[in-house]
Write a protein that binds this ligand. Sequence first.
Ligand code: SF4
Length: 222
Amino acid sequence: MIQESARSGIVQKDKETVALIPEIKFGMMTPEDLEKLASVSRKYEIPIIKITSAQRIALVGVQPEHVESIWDELGMEPGHGLGTGLNYIQSCPGTSVCRLGQRDSLEMAERLYDTIKPLGLEVKLKIGVSGCPLQCGEGAIRDIGVFGKKATGWTIQIGGNSGLNARVGEVLATDLEDDILVETILKLLVYYKENMKPKERMYRFIPRMGGVGEIRKAIGLE
Ligand code: SF4
């Protein structure tokens, strides 16, 4: 029986092959990344290459005996949280290329990744970052959503979800400059980590703590 993990892969329907999902932060790639993915896909005859909703590329239908060689040849880290941890930060391109961009969403996504990853949260956490209120980063339906406005700063929404319990996140804070945004999300996640039940998703945690208003008070926003 294949042991599932981010490194050994996700067992597929046939129970004989796995999917490997290298970490591709915010969907940003280089020609070298693409060449390596193409090279291992040809060499190991990987039948399906799929772009995921988390802005990554999944190699699907990998034979388990090829897994370690593929990771070695890719030189990339596994990117799938398999249940808990920071599952992903999705980001739109923001001011780096989008003509409607108002804030640098890619830079903010990188800062949030570096801040959140070391927290080691034992719960699924999905984050969307967008460079303007149009929210192409889909933060409104993620555990934490962030979008920027040029004049006033960043807005944080929490408790969104796109799954079985679909809902739009509620506004936690508005008009935050970069450092305050990162600091506020860190405070929120420390509070979450200290008070959540095992694997309790944000959309369940918020009502149990008395609503967004109570969370705002608990982390010093009011
Ligand atoms: S959210 Fe705004 S900045 Fe980001 S891609 Fe969409 S339109 Fe551009």
